[in-house]
Ligand binder design. Structure first.
Ligand code: FES
Length: 143
């Protein structure tokens, strides 16, 4: 019978999931199953943690991952324009990856840059005070 996840177990699990995500740009079903066995947890518990955090993905992602903040402060500063500009430039919608694998595009919760709204993360880089022109320039800098 799988054990219930303790706070310490959750921290260990989260570290394993983050490391796997860094290595393979996503967390595979196989990794979830293996991790559940190795930690003595149920697959559904591991899956629950893997899908809870916006910065983790169970789908393979592109080389560069765009995460546009969808929260209210950014919304008030026209984050929808950021979304529309990225859609127009890359031809993909949130949740999609470009056919060449160059970009994945996601919406996320607050990234801690409300004072620079509207903001997005591109991989680990923060870009704030976005305008359509600035977005186009930023995207060009990521091969
Ligand atoms: S609300 Fe957008 S960065 Fe905080």
């Amino acid at each position: 019978m799988p054990e219930k996840l303790t706070v310490k177990g959750r921290e260990q699990l989260l570290s394993l999931l983050q490391a796997e995500h860094e290595r393979n740009s996503h967390i595979s079903e196989k990794f979830i199953e293996q991790t559940a066995v190795s930690l003595g947890l149920s697959v559904s518990e591991v899956y629950g943690v893997a899908t809870f955090y916006h910065l983790l993905s169970i789908k393979p992602l592109g080389r560069n991952v765009i995460r546009v903040c969808k929260c209210f402060p950014c919304y008030l500063k026209s984050s929808q324009l950021v979304v529309e500009t990225i859609q127009k430039e890359l031809g993909i919608s949130p949740g999609e990856t470009t056919p060449d694998g160059r970009f994945s595009f996601q919406l996320t919760n607050c990234i801690g840059a409300c004072d620079q709204a509207p903001a997005m993360l591109l991989n680990h880089d923060l870009h704030g005070c976005l305008t359509p022109a600035k977005i186009v320039k930023v995207l060009q800098a990521y091969p």
